[in-house]
Every structure is written in structure tokens, then in C-alpha cells.
Unconditional design. Structure first.
Length: 297
């Protein structure tokens, strides 16, 4: 299933705009991730709500998953049996291993006044805000930043996250790279508390079904026939990851419209422009793997 399937238009740039629109294409990895997110969120309000970390390499599909989750919550289709949609607080994990900075990030995410003062003052402000908002789930974005949370100060920050979720009975969904896993594994309590879900690459049969499904939603005038060599090339360029595969289909479809071929061809997949774009995504993975944790002060 693909959401928001576009309609053919005459103007090529209008069609390119439609091609580049965010879409959700069903696939085994993302569909299972959504199920896991639902299972976590239904624990909100319990004494020990679930905490779940979605992790993977850059462009593995984390952003698409998060957008899909938030869209379904806003449209009240995420958990249809609930009387009201879950209340979501989305916070970006600060890069500094500092408890006060984490509380500031929560207040800023909620567009709240950030008082000057010590950690206790900020914690009171956060507690008051959460008591009023009563969120069901905290989404911790850029959870890879937690890789900076080492040493005594880092442990204080990690425990602050755990404590807030326990006290206010919020489910916690984190989105990050393998660096987030490293941080959580450094704290025994958090490692035992967090469930993890890897946004792995699709297996070749899954990959073929995914790109064919997504290509079918593109406003191209000619159907694309994915040959074995084309699929092998696409898999080589994307390593099978959902986010990269989506990018490949969108970029190749845009080239198909602008070049007049009106279908994805082997020549487009072999083009230097597409190869360079996908190479940049692969290099992002390499750079992310080389990042080291910051020393605690």
C-alpha cells in the first residue's frame, strides 16, 4: 500500500513536485516498526511504560517512520480504539551531557518559558509543564546525541530521562543511529529498560516488492519494468535501506520526467548524478560510524 498516490499532470515540474512528496510505502521492516510503536504507546499511563529505540544507519527510514507515526496520531488512525488520540511531546536530545540543558530542551519543545536558575528550578518547571500537558508519549529525536552522555554527568542525564518517563508515565520512543545504542548500553538500568528495533536493510525479495510498489505510485506515463540488472544496481546503490531506496525511486522518477523517458531505465540508474547522490548518503553512514563519544568534564 502506498499513501497519497498522485495523479498525472501535464506540466513536468508539477509532476516532479508530486514525485518528491513524502509517501509511505508498506514494507516488512517499517510495518513491523509501526506495530512495535503501537505496542509501546498503549503502555502509557502504566507504572512502567515501555521505552523503545528505533535505530539504524543514516537514511534507513527513521524519518519516514516518525512522520507516518505522527500523521496517524493526528488523524486518529494510529490506535483507532482509543477515545482520544495520544498526546505527544517531541524533544530533540541535546548534544551536551547536562541535566539542565535536557530540561531546557523539554520546555523549549513545549514552547514554555525557560526560567533562569539551577537544575531544581528547571525540574520544577518541567514537572509542572508535564503535569498540565499529560503526554502519553515522549518522542526523543536525534537520540544519537546521547552518545555524548558518558561519565557521571552523562549518567545523571540518562537517569533523568528514565525518571521523568516513570513519574509521568510516558511511553518513550527514541530515534537514532547506532551511537544511541552505545549510550544506552553504558547504563545498565537504561539498557534493561529500553527495547530496541533495528531498521535493517530489506532482503532482495522485499526490496524488489518495495521499489515496484513505490514506482507504481510515481506520475510516470510509462510503466517501469525492473529488470534483474536494474534491481541489482538499485540494491548496490542503496544497500537495501528503505530511506535510500525511497530517495532512489524519487530521484530516478524525476529524471525520467525531465528527460522525457517517462519510465525508470537502466541508463538513469547508471547516471553519474544519481550515483553521486546515493554515494553522499553512503558516506554519511561512514562519517556517523567514525564519530566518537565526547569526554565527560
Amino acid at each position: 500500500m502506498v499513501t497519497d498516490t498522485p495523479v498525472l499532470q501535464d506540466d513536468p515540474w508539477s509532476r516532479v513536485t508530486l514525485i518528491l512528496k513524502d509517501r509511505w510505502a508498506s514494507n516488512p521492516v517499517s510495518d513491523e516498526a509501526l506495530i512495535r510503536a503501537r505496542l509501546a504507546i498503549v503502555t502509557a499511563g502504566r507504572l512502567r511504560p515501555k521505552a523503545l529505540l528505533f535505530w539504524g544507519v543514516p537514511n534507513a527510514g527513521k524519518t519516514a517512520l516518525k512522520v507516518k507515526l505522527l500523521r496517524e496520531i493526528s488523524q486518529r488512525t494510529f490506535l483507532p480504539g482509543l477515545l482520544k488520540p495520544p498526546v505527544v511531546l517531541m524533544v530533540e536530545a541535546p548534544v551536551e551531557a547536562d541535566e539542565a540543558r535536557f530540561y531546557e530542551a523539554i520546555l523549549q519543545a513545549g514552547h514554555q518559558y525557560v526560567p533562569s536558575g539551577n537544575v531544581r528550578t528547571l525540574l520544577r518547571a518541567v514537572s509542572s509543564f508535564l503535569d498540565e500537558l499529560r503526554p502519553d508519549v515522549m518522542i526523543l529525536d536525534e537520540a544519537g546525541n546521547l552518545n555524548a552522555y558518558v561519565g557521571a554527568r552523562g549518567n545523571v542525564c540518562l537517569n533523568a530521562i528514565r525518571r521523568l518517563c516513570n513519574v509521568h508515565r510516558m511511553a518513550l520512543l527514541g530515534f537514532g543511529t547506532a551511537a544511541a545504542m552505545t549510550a544506552l548500553q553504558g547504563d545498565e538500568q537504561l539498557e534493561n529498560r529500553f527495547e530496541t528495533f533495528e531498521l535493517r536493510p530489506l532482503a532482495p525479495p522485499e526490496f524488489r516488492e518495495f521499489v515496484e510498489l513505490l514506482t507504481g505510485a510515481m506520475p510516470l506515463r510509462q510503466p517501469t519494468s525492473w529488470s534483474v540488472s536494474m534491481l541489482e544496481r538499485a540494491y548496490e546503490l542503496t544497500s537495501g535501506y528503505v530511506g535510500r531506496a525511497s530517495y532512489l525511486v524519487q530521484e530516478a522518477s524525476s529524471q525520467a520526467v525531465l528527460s522525457g523517458s517517462e519510465q525508470i531505465t537502466e541508463a538513469i540508474l547508471e547516471s553519474g548524478e544519481l550515483s553521486n547522490s546515493l554515494a553522499a548518503l553512503r558516506h554519511a553512514r561512514t562519517r556517523a560510524g567514525r564519530r566518537t563519544r565526547r569526554s565527560a568534564i
